[in-house]
Design a binder for this molecule. Structure first.
Ligand code: PEP
Length: 246
């Protein structure tokens, strides 16, 4: 069965004091709630999460399990800290760290080998959107970034138009529907309907308490990847509640 999933990406925000927000989150029985804090907070977040029915994820991982990679964190280390998800291919990393589809694919494989679920991000730039290239970009990112062997247990796909992240701009519901239906169709062609129908597809990009219910109306939107509005329980709880009610 496809999971309803609300994931919060804290990005490079938060301190140990911010972990108090986790205890204030309400995770309904039929929704998976994942919080992805900065790496130094993973271990403690996992302890608090276990007491509150929350899942914890990292925001990135290296594709190797260990070695001379100063500053990096591997998927087995993330699993050892008690996390169960890893965001891979976020557009901020694709842009700022020059991550390519092949890098994202290698990271997704590393998460799977460590028994983790990859939240794999894809999305077009404003330039691509305006040039009517969105679906071509999405198809290329899916085929290039998603490894063979995807299942509903090891993969969540997050559609995040780059121009909607942190900007307050949100695509129309029809635009969101078009891309999510397309992603489902592409996954079906590659992995078969049984697998593809169960993979959770998240929308991300300026999701707020005020627009979440409308976005969750789309049939192939199974949840959200939320940045700014996941930092405070008072903002994230209404989004989770809207998902539960959808
Ligand atoms: C994100 O960082 O993935 C994101 C969607 O951010 P925001 O919700 O702040 O637009």
């Amino acid at each position: 069965m496809r999971r309803k999933l609300a994931a919060g990406n804290w990005k490079m925000n938060g301190s140990s004091a911010a972990l108090a927000e986790l205890s204030a989150l309400a995770a309904p029985a039929d929704c998976t709630v994942v919080i992805c804090p900065p790496a130094p907070l993973l271990f403690r977040a996992a302890e608090i999460g276990a007491e509150n029915s929350l899942h914890i994820g990292a925001q990135d991982c290296h594709h190797e399990n260990g070695g001379a990679f100063t500053g990096d964190v591997s998927a087995p280390m993330i699993a050892d800290a008690g996390a169960s998800y890893v965001i891979v291919g976020h557009s901020e990393r694709r842009e700022a760290c020059n991550e390519r589809n092949r890098d994202v694919r290698a990271k997704a494989k590393a998460t799977w080998a460590a028994g983790l679920t990859a939240i794999l991000c894809i999305g077009e730039s404003l330039e691509d959107r305006e040039a009517d290239n969105t679906l071509d970009i999405i198809a290329g990112q899916l085929s290039g970034s998603v490894p063979n062997g995807a299942t509903a247990d090891n993969l969540v796909v997050a559609y995040e138009p780059i121009w909607a992240i942190g900007t307050g701009k949100v695509p129309t519901l029809d635009q969101i529907k078009e891309v999510h239906d397309f992603i489902r169709a592409e996954l079906t062609e590659r992995f078969g309907a049984t697998v593809a129908n169960d993979i959770s597809l998240l929308y991300g990009g300026s999701v707020k308490p005020g627009n979440a219910a409308e976005i969750f109306q789309a049939e192939n939107v199974d949840g959200a990847l939320v940045g700014g509005a996941s930092l405070k329980a008072d903002d994230f709880n209404p989004i989770i509640a809207a998902l539960a009610a959808s």
